[in-house]
Each structure stands twice: as structure tokens, then as C-alpha cells.
Design a binder for this molecule. Sequence first.
Ligand SMILES: Cc1cc2nc3c(=O)[nH]c(=O)nc-3n(C[C@H](O)[C@H](O)[C@H](O)COP(=O)(O)O)c2cc1C
Length: 226
Amino acid sequence: MSDTKATYDAVLAALEGRKSVRGYRPEPIPRPRLEALLAAAQRAPSWCNIQPWRVWVTSPPMTGRLREAVLAAARSGLPGPDLPFPMDYPEPYLAHRRAGHALYGAMGIERQDKARRYDAWLRNYELFDAPHVAVVTRDRRLGEYATLDVGVWLGVLITAAATLAIDLCPMAALAAYPQPLRQLLAIPDEHVVLFGIALGSEDPSVPANACRTGRDPLASNVTFVD
Ligand SMILES: Cc1cc2nc3c(=O)[nH]c(=O)nc-3n(C[C@H](O)[C@H](O)[C@H](O)COP(=O)(O)O)c2cc1C
């Protein structure tokens, strides 16, 4: 019983302490640690155990090449994600999204300052200076539930990273420009690009990393029915 409590406390502390990191130090993560993280996420459950996540993980110098290619695409082209991005958020989701603009606050950017907001958005395509990026795809022939499976994988990866003190930021923004990713990483056409993940160690001096997000009380999301 006490072991269970200790495990619970450790996982809860890791989850409470984690955040999306949007500025990294240049040092790569040693390969055994990267493999330990991905091996933990590999334990993720999926519908009928189909394990649909496919993951391409870059290290330097490939991360730098990828960064240049996606940055050029983001600067010059219209987005063309494989899966349509959400356009409108009804309430109460819109209010949460606005609260997400705490990021701009942490970066000292006013809501009306379009130029600096554009620069902040481009930081996604600079990969937040992370030494590694994971590009995550699934086979096009699988349906929506396979995307759910990949989401479960992401949740397990995020939890494992928090316990291993590896920093990351999921980046749906990368999926807006799948073409350079396909080309550089030789991602087959029958795969849809779902999102990227920046991986590395936090640079605490980057202002964006001061951003903290809140969560609603349980009753907003969960209904207990007795
Ligand atoms: C599927 C997914 C896609 C995301 N895409 C981006 C992204 O493109 N850029 C970004 O800066 N953050 C992205 N995030 C991070 C969210 O903004 C972040 O998880 C949320 O605001 C809660 O903050 P926290 O992770 O610090 O707890 C993404 C998160 C998820 C789960």
C-alpha cells in the first residue's frame, strides 16, 4: 500500500510540475535517455492493440535542417495540414483558448501587437531551439479512433517525460506544413502528419517558459452519477 502511495505521489508531483517548454538549451538528450522515454510511451494502450503511432525523431544536425525547411515553409506558404485544423471554438472552449494567451503575457506581448504575435508563432517553426523534434504520423487508412490512440500515446509520453525530467512541447503547428517534413524524413504518402514534439532541456532564461496554465475544477469536466 505504501509503495502505491509513493508511486502516486511521485507521478502526481511530476504531472503538477510539468509544463510545455518553449525555449531549450542546445545540448542533445543522450540516446539511451531518449530511447527510455520512447520505450515508456510504447507501453501506451490502443484499440485492439494496433499501436498506430509512427514517430520520426531528429537529432542534430538533422534538427537544424528540418528547422530551416519548416521555417521557410511557414514564412512563405499557406498552411496545408493533412487533417483540417479547428477554426472556431464555441464557449466554454473559446474562453480557455483566450486564457491560453497567458503565453503572450509571459513573453511581454500585447494582444494588439500583431508583429510580435507573428514572431511568437514563428517560434514553433524555429522548433523553440530544441535539439530534437519528433514528428508523429498515422496511416491514412485508419479512422478517427486511431488518432485517439495516438493521443493516448502522447499522454503516456508526456507523463513519462515528466518523470524522467525531459522537457517537451507538443506542436500541432508543425502539422500545418507537412511537405518539408515528408521530404526530409521520407514520411510515406499514406501517412497523415498529426503533430510534432520539441524535446530537450529547458532554457529557464527564455521568457515564454514563465507561462503557467490553469485547469478548471473537476466538476467542469466530470459528472459523477450515483
Ligand atoms: C495535441 C497538442 C498540440 C499542441 N500544439 C501546440 C503548438 O503547436 N504550439 C504550442 O506552443 N503549444 C502547443 N501545445 C501545447 C498546449 O498549448 C499546452 O499543452 C496547453 O496550453 C496547456 O499548457 P501546459 O502544457 O503548459 O500544461 C499543444 C498541445 C497538445 C496536447
